[in-house]
Design a protein around this ligand. Structure first.
Ligand SMILES: Nc1ncnc2c1ncn2[C@@H]1O[C@H](COP(=O)(O)OP(=O)(O)O)[C@@H](O)[C@H]1O
Ligand SMILES: [Mg+2]
Length: 319
């Protein structure tokens, strides 16, 4: 782990009691001040992974190291410190804000929970509301008095008010209209430049992740299938699933790849490569061996037997 690494996650796994394998050895790392995007269809395990990193859900195995602190084993004051420095912006501010508290009271609640002295609350909250593009008076509003975009700004302010190093944004702009989405994404970028905060930015929508992310990680059925810089991933996707996702976006530069069949049951995933039942390039090996993440010639990471066997991967489906 290099000195620049803020978060290092190794082989996090979670199978729910009903048998759903929501996360299957997920590994990732995040450099200080940068953004790691996490994409994949609904149900692929993005939120489960986020919850385990934030210690809101106990993994079956794996480790989470945040600036040298073993997050999953932290106790007492160390755990408190981790919680202050790792914050969440959830998808739906309508349900994550207490409707009976003003925005200011909700932000103060977060400061109180982390032992910030009361005398600094007012100025800290005022400063953060302004930074997030809200007026100081809007702190006196109740959640229902704000628009969706304003409320999401308030949710960002609530996360940033404790001075975190890392903010997990779980579908943080997914409920917003496109134009408001763009404004909130710009705000997140500005806040990153000003405050040096890192983001783990989760979305099912690739187009949302592209511009805000330095690196992007693609998940399919609980597994990481590809990880690359944002430029490399969008210009030259390696994994067939990434290609399919990108090809279905409006105005995609590559020929449309239509995936066969339905996503498999996560409680009974296919053997070997879990994508093989929908992959246009499936080979015999794919059912037998799980492909591990390996470095591609371009320096990305992909978990695909095709890539490993150095066979060129065409950008269009075979006939
Ligand atoms: N508490 C739970 N109990 C059982 N299954 C769950 C639970 N939470 C999530 N799942 C299942 O785990 C899988 C991953 O879910 P989730 O992490 O929420 O996906 P995403 O955030 O990518 O949409 C899905 O199949 C979902 O139905
Ligand atoms: Mg989710």
């Amino acid at each position: 782990m290099s000195a620049e690494t803020l978060l290092d996650v190794v082989d996090l796994a979670k199978t729910f009691p009903n048998g759903t394998r929501a996360a299957d050895d997920v590994s990732l790392s995040l450099t200080r001040g940068q953004t790691l995007g996490v994409v994949g269809e609904s149900g692929c395990g993005k939120s489960t992974t986020a919850k385990m990193i934030l210690r809101l859900l106990k993994p079956d195995r794996g480790s989470v190291t945040f600036e040298g602190i073993d997050v999953l084993r932290a106790k007492g004051s160390e755990l408190k410190e981790v919680r202050r420095r790792l914050q969440l912006v959830p998808q739906n501010p309508q349900t994550s804000f207490n409707p009976r508290l003003t925005i200011r009271a909700s932000l103060e609640f977060n400061l109180r929970a982390h032992g910030v002295p009361r005398r600094t609350w007012r100025s800290t909250v005022d400063d953060m509301l302004l930074r997030c593009g809200l007026r100081v008076e809007q702190g006196n509003s109740y959640p229902h008095e704000l628009s969706g975009g304003q409320l999401q700004r308030a949710a960002i302010a609530r996360a940033l008010v404790t001075g975190p190093d890392l903010v997990v944004c779980d579908e943080a702009v997914s409920a917003l209209d496109k134009s408001v989405q763009a404004q909130v994404l710009n705000l997140l970028s500005e806040l990153q430049s000003d405050l040096g905060v890192s983001y783990l930015f989760i979305s099912h929508d690739l187009s949302v992740v592209e511009h805000i992310s330095d690196r992007v990680l693609v998940m399919y059925l609980g597994r990481v299938v590809e990880q690359a810089t944002s430029e490399a991933l969008y210009a030259d996707p390696v994994h067939p699933y990434t290609k399919a996702l990108l090809s279905s976006a409006p105005g995609a530069p590559i020929e449309r790849i239509v995936l066969q069949g339905e996503p498999p049951n996560p409680a009974d995933p296919p053997s070997g490569c879990t994508f093989r039942t929908r992959c246009p390039w499936v080979m015999d090996t794919c059912a037998l061996e799980r492909p591990l993440l390996a470095t591609t010639p371009a320096g990305s990471l992909a978990a695909c037997h095709l890539n490993l066997s150095s066979r060129p991967l065409a950008t269009s489906s075979p006939a």
